[in-house]
Design a protein around this ligand. Structure first.
Ligand code: SF4
Length: 362
């Protein structure tokens, strides 16, 4: 099938705060606002941003663990956001998730082997021999001894538990795995092992990853492209190397400037972001970043900047750095156009040019 594996269109998620008869007046948490992106087969798209920016809500929406308020989530062209529960079950085979806390996401009463084979047994009956063979194969794939299939999660280390979570996610041979802060709870050395494992598995099996993290160091190593979120919206999308070399959006610039750099020769960008992230219940009007932005102009206070293409494969939402220009007549659709109308921005982002940046961490 042509087109991206995953395409997200204008995704919205609002959580009402309380309930009542006059539902119009109930305040809502605007967790995700008008989010659009795509993921190609075999690609890693990283979603980054501060706590509370909506990245984990996007992960839950992709898995349909919560229903969207609006928008579409298309897997191979099928909108899973509109499927009924029994229809969704078959699609769940295509998408799996690895959670941040490996211990709480594993059933403490099941052995490693049972944890791995449980998702498969939801779909088909397996003999004891088939179960053992599957568990042994997947444990080996994630670098664990098949003998560990008899151990309980409490008998495994943090890194082994996360490997087990990855083995469970692979059991159904998914096309897409969503990793929500999957290495954040691990020691740095174990993080490196798990990241290398993920990159190896991607090369072997051609799986696409949506990698959600607040750690830019990790993102820089594993990502092919990065989407930066701020207060529920994507503010910049770019190939990983381009984003770290030359961020466009002032918020991306500030995030990169604030990240610790383990290389004393690397010059840090001076763009510290000040102030707190505003409440998603009552976000600022216009560009939500304007109260913290050193470049804010009057227009930023009243008009939400659209995500527009600024270069080949890059888009940003900023009135100053990426101004959208109205095109009154026939819109330009050439891929290398530097001008795009707001509604077309996502369509104009050209097909993935896959940078070879996945590299082992030593
Ligand atoms: Fe700053 Fe304005 Fe750009 Fe928002 S739109 S990031 S406030 S310059």
């Amino acid at each position: 099938m042509s087109g991206p594996l995953l395409k997200v269109e204008s995704l919205v998620k609002h959580y009402p705060l309380g309930a009542g008869i006059l539902t119009k007046n109930i305040p809502v948490v605007r967790a995700v606002e008008d989010v659009s992106f795509f993921v190609e087969a075999g690609e890693t798209l990283c979603i980054v941003g501060e706590s509370g920016c909506g990245k984990s809500t996007v992960a839950r929406l992709l898995m349909r663990l919560t229903d969207p308020t609006g928008g579409r989530v298309l897997i191979d062209g099928t909108d899973i956001a509109s499927l009924r529960k029994h229809e969704l079950r078959a699609w769940r085979r295509r998408m799996q998730m690895v959670f941040q806390d490996p211990y709480s996401s594993l059933n403490p009463r099941l052995t490693a082997g049972q944890i791995i084979t449980e998702p498969v047994e939801n779909f088909e009956r397996l003999s004891r021999k088939q179960r053992n063979a599957l568990a042994a194969d997947l444990l080996q794939k994630v670098g664990m001894s098949p003998e560990m299939m008899h151990r309980l999660p409490s008998e495994l280390s943090g890194g082994q538990r996360q490997r087990l979570g990855i083995a469970r996610a692979l059991a159904l041979k998914p096309s897409l795995v969503i990793l929500d802060e999957a290495v954040s709870a691990l020691d740095v050395s174990v993080q490196a092992q798990i990241l290398n494992l993920l990159m190896d598995l991607q090369q072997q099996l051609g799986i696409a990853f949506v990698f959600i993290s607040h750690d830019l160091g990790v993102v820089e190593h594993v990502g092919h492209r990065v989407a930066v979120m701020y207060l529920g919206r994507i503010v910049e999308v770019a190939p990983c190397e381009a984003l770290f070399a030359k961020p466009v959006h002032p918020y991306t610039e500030a995030l990169i400037a604030a990240a610790p750099v383990p290389d004393p020769t690397r010059v840090r960008l001076e763009a510290p972001v000040e102030g707190e992230v505003p409440s998603p219940v009552n976000p600022p009007g216009g560009c939500a970043f304007h109260p913290r932005c050193p470049l804010a102009v009057e227009r930023c206070r009243v008009e939400v900047p659209p995500l527009v293409q600024i270069a080949h494969g890059r888009a940003a939402a900023c009135h100053v750095r990426a101004p959208a220009i109205d095109i009154p007549t026939q819109p330009t659709v050439a891929c290398d156009s530097s001008i795009a109308s707001p509604g077309e921005a996502n369509e104009l982002i050209p097909a993935l040019e896959r940078p070879v940046i996945a590299r082992p961490i030593t």
